[in-house]
Structures are given as C-alpha cells and as structure tokens.
Design a binder for this molecule. Structure first.
Ligand SMILES: *Cc1c(COP(=O)(O)O)cnc(C)c1O
Length: 378
C-alpha cells in the first residue's frame, strides 16, 4: 500500500494491509490444509480451539460455522424451547435476537446506556419472570458489558449468562478476557470482526464440561458418535481452511489489540481536543476495548455521513433501528419500551477503524468530521 496522499481512499476496515503483513504465514497455512486434505474437522480446527481457549482462559472452545451459529448452538445446549424467555438488548446486530426467536422463545428487551450502548444491568432484575431461561448481554463495539453485575443478578435467579462477544474477542474486563466472563461466551470470525477469518466462522467458550460436550455434539447433527444422534443438532462446523486463517492472524493479534487500543484512545483524544463537542463512546475504567467499531454520536447523521463520503471517508451505522422496532420483532414487544436505544440508534456513526489505520488517515478523518459537523451547526 502506498502511504496516504490527502486524496487516497480510506478503507473502513483495512483487511488488505493486514493480509499484506501476514501473507506468507496465511498462504503457508492454507497450502498445508490443501495438501493434507482434511477440509472438515482437520488438525487446524483442534489447534485453533486449543489456542483460543488458552488465549481467553476458558476451559473449552468449540469452533462453529459463524457467530450466529455459536449463539444458536449455545441456546440449544441450554435446552431453550418454545415459550421460554431470554433477556437481551435491542441495540445489537439482528443475530442476537434472531436465534432466540428461531427456537420459539421470546426476547425480552432491556434498554442500553447512552454512553457505552451496552445493556443496563440494573434493569435486568425487573424483567425476570418464571419463564426466563437466560440472560444474553452483548459486548458492543468491542467493550464488555457490566458482566459482574449481570452475572450477580443471573446467579441470584439461577440463570446462565451468554455473552455475545462477536465484537469483543480480545477485549478484557477487570483483567479477564471477553468470552471467559460468564457461563458461555460466543464470538464471530466474520472478516470485519476484531479476529476475523476469510469467510464465516465462530466459537463458543465455556468452563462447563456438559455444555461444551452438548455444543460439540449439536454442531455435528447431535451425534455422540458417527450415526448415533443423541440430540437434535445442526450442520454447524467451522471449515479447516478458515481455522488456518485464524491461526495465521493470531500471530500478530496481541500487536493488533494494542494498536486498536492506541488508535481508539487517539481518536478519543483528538476529538476531545478539537473543541467540536462531538461525543465518543465511553469506556469504563475497568475494561479494555478492542474497538470493533469506533463510534461517535452526532445530530443530523445522514448529512454528516454524506459530508464525510464527499471527502472520501467511509462510515457505517451500527445500528440504525433497534430490533424491537424491526418489523419482524415488533409484535413480540412494546415498540417504545427502550427509549435510550432509540436515542442512540438515531445518532451513532462508526468511523474507519482497524489496526492498520495510519495516524495520517486518522488525522484526516477527525479533521473532516469536525469540519462537517461545524458546517452543519453554523
Ligand atoms: C457479527 C455479529 C453476530 C453474528 O456473527 P456472524 O459470524 O456474522 O454470524 C452476532 N452478534 C453480534 C453483536 C455481531 O456483531
């Protein structure tokens, strides 16, 4: 990649620069799989699972076909069935809520904090009923939710907690790693996530031997051994080739986490010092964010997005409509029950973010954002 001239296009997530840095290692690992030919559950699958379990500190890692599949298989392993309730947030990617509905259960929404966009732990207790079977917080934008408070209310009611850690792999919370903070942690290796592969992939983490065994069996059609189906399962394995990509990316992942933290802090500082008053996502002092997204809050978002686009800066909105307002889920719950989710959904704007973002690009993005927001206010 040539270094940034003022008009060079900026990637929203620069996967090309990452591949350029890891090319030899990733190519060699992919070639090895092509040579041994064990495309399904080959040796790279177990190697990746062991490395990721060690990385997070969880006893078990079960790789699966996607982050969505990780959530679905986890709920199946917990025995979720029609009529059950799962407490979660409406301000998330559709998959979090979709898997609950797919099993015939009911998502029960708790509103979010307006500065972190994570679930309000203090509002969970009031939503627990005799049908509640699990609590599913999302560690949004790469920052863990209030996991200690959530675990406390869950354990007081004997409920499991599933952390949707699709955006937070590599993040830490009070010195412990995301995915290993609750009964189950689920992550995604979708290419744009903090640890991505080159297709779909995901993983389930747990310290519970019985849950891990159930997840392993469910991901291969509920088989306890070949052609013995002890449970109802799915075809939910992660390919050996995709595991090889993750193994290649793990080689500089610690550097990437540090770089993400540095870039996130630098964005926050540059915007604070700009005098523009543009609010950024708050990070709690007891956790380290991996900045899956660097998200700011702006008024007149469409116009801001448009102004940035004209200046060659791509942005994205995660997410414009809370799930309780979506046509598919509106019937399940009150459309106005989460005012703070509505508030942030109208204002959030994610800026380009990835470990290979350069300081020059970041300076250009901040200058453009400050200019566009200033012009709209004038
Ligand atoms: C990406 C994402 C998922 C789904 O992961 P896939 O691998 O795309 O299936 C689930 N939850 C959240 C919060 C996500 O960001």
């Amino acid at each position: 990649m040539t270094s940034a001239s003022p008009s060079a296009p900026i990637e929203f997530i620069n996967l090309k620069a990452q591949y350029a840095a890891l090319r030899d290692s990733i190519n060699a690992r992919l070639q090895k799989v092509l040579d041994h030919g064990q495309y399904i559950l080959g040796p790279e699958v177990a190697e990746m699972e062991q490395k990721l379990a060690a990385f997070t500190g969880a006893r078990h890692c079960v790789s699966v076909a996607s982050g969505t599949e990780a959530l679905l298989i986890s709920l199946m392993a917990l025995g979720l069935k029609a009529g059950d309730e799962v407490i979660t947030t409406p301000f998330t990617f559709a998959a979090t809520v979709e898997v609950i509905a797919l099993l015939g259960a009911k998502p029960v929404f708790v509103d979010v904090e307006t500065d972190t966009c994570n679930m309000r732990a203090a509002q969970i207790a009031a939503k627990i009923t005799e049908r509640t079977r699990a609590i599913m917080p999302v560690s949004l934008y790469g920052q863990c939710a209030d996991m200690d408070e959530i675990n406390a209310v869950a354990s007081a009611h004997g409920l499991p907690v599933i952390e949707d850690a699709a955006q937070s792999f590599g993040a830490s919370y009070k010195g412990r790693k995301s995915c290993a903070l609750s009964t189950i942690g689920c992550t995604s290796f979708f290419p744009s996530k903090p640890l991505g592969c080159y297709g779909d992939g995901g993983a389930i983490f747990t310290n519970d031997d019985a849950i891990a065994l159930a997840c392993r069996e469910i991901r291969v059609h509920g088989q306890s051994k070949r052609y013995t189906h002890t449970r109802i399962g799915v075809g939910g394995r992660m390919d050996t080739l995709q595991c090889a990509v993750v193994l290649g990316k793990l080689e500089r992942f610690d550097w990437e986490i540090a770089r993400r933290a540095e870039l996130g802090a630098r964005y926050t500082k540059l915007l604070a010092e700009s005098g523009s008053g543009i609010a950024t996502t708050a990070i709690r002092p007891d956790r380290d964010c991996v900045w899956a997204q660097f998200t700011v809050f702006v008024e007149q978002r469409d116009a801001v997005q448009d102004g940035l686009k004209q200046r060659g800066i791509p942005t994205a909105v995660h997410y414009p409509i809370p799930l309780n307002q979506q046509p598919a889920y509106a019937a399940l719950c009150c459309p106005d029950c989460c005012p703070d989710s509505n508030h942030v959904a109208a204002r959030v704007l994610s800026l380009p973010m990835s470990p290979d973002l350069t300081y020059a690009e970041q300076d250009r993005i901040v200058a453009a954002l400050v200019e566009v927001v200033g012009a709209l206010r004038a």
